[in-house]
Design a protein around this ligand. Structure first.
Ligand SMILES: [Ca+2]
Ligand SMILES: [Ca+2]
Ligand SMILES: [Ca+2]
Length: 280
């Protein structure tokens, strides 16, 4: 009874160290994880949708390239349900939920985890960012491109306002309150962890909206002065970003949530990043 239990302090130390290690890993937002090597280009697996289901979804695009591929994808992804602009609030809580805190969402540009309930128009809140700026084609917030979850993300109110309706390009000054983001008079550069996400959202919009449904034909180009034309640039930079930042678990999960629970269509460039170079 008087013997000192020597192993215990050491064990306790190891346990404490292990707990601390786990805790520090758990606190890292998914975007901060070291970039994994790019998966094989043919991989179409995702966290909740079986690969065979994804393969079936794209059956009519199989073997196609270039304009034929874009056309086939347009037909496939245009078969969808829609949400209202008011419904977007709740949908974004599902699509962009913080995997480490189910009460929170992750903001696109800041990468910050914020209470899902803290949304609105005030400083410090999150609101609904149209990554394809809605003034580019002036489609507003009517049900359609203005409510398409594939390009809508939670964003800090002030950072959303700084991004405004700028095209995407590299360069500029650091954005206040959003480390890693840069902007100048005519363009916005998101942080590295979401560069590919932004590119794939824009390219989805280009293929999905081709002038039907009473909405304009959205098209990417290589300019940064598109104004209210239904265009967004720069495609050369977006292609580079898609290569540099391949789809991660968070981006694949939101594609699945939109497919399974909301619109029942998918972003082809998350499932098949190699199709970016085939079409553009
Ligand atoms: Ca610029
Ligand atoms: Ca990413
Ligand atoms: Ca188009």
């Amino acid at each position: 009874m008087s013997r000192t239990p020597l192993p215990i302090p050491r064990t306790a130390t190891l346990v404490a160290a292990a707990v601390a290690a786990c805790a520090s890993v758990a606190l890292l937002p998914p975007q901060a994880a070291p970039a994994a090597p790019a998966a094989p280009a043919t991989s179409a697996t995702s966290s909740t949708t079986p690969a065979s289901v994804v393969a079936d979804y794209y059956a009519d695009a199989e073997g196609k390239t270039g304009a034929a591929l874009a056309s086939a994808l347009h037909t496939i992804i245009s078969d969808q349900d829609t949400v209202t602009y008011d419904g977007v609030w709740d949908a974004l809580v599902d699509t962009d939920r913080d995997p480490n805190n189910s009460s929170n969402v992750i903001e696109l540009y800041t990468g910050k985890s914020i209470a899902a309930s803290d949304h609105g128009g005030n400083v410090g809140q999150w609101n609904r960012e149209h990554v394809w700026a809605k003034s580019h084609g002036d489609f507003g917030t009517a049900t359609g491109p203005g409510t398409d979850l594939h390009h809508l993300r939670p964003a800090d109110v002030q950072v959303n306002s700084i991004r405004n309706n700028k095209d995407f390009d590299e360069g500029g000054s650091a954005v206040d309150g959003a480390p890693g983001n840069y902007t100048d008079a005519d363009s916005f550069e998101p942080r590295d962890a979401v560069k590919g996400d932004v590119a794939r959202m824009i390219l989805y919009m280009d293929v999905r909206y081709d002038g039907g449904d009473g909405f304009p034909d959205l098209e990417v180009n290589d300019s940064v002065d598109n104004g209210t034309n239904p265009n967004i640039g720069k495609i050369s930079v977006l292609k580079k970003w898609s290569d540099e930042d391949p789809p991660d678990a968070f981006e694949k999960n939101r594609n699945d949530v939109i497919y399974n629970d909301y619109q029942h269509n998918r972003n082809p460039f998350i499932d098949h990043p190699e199709w970016v170079d085939s079409i553009w």
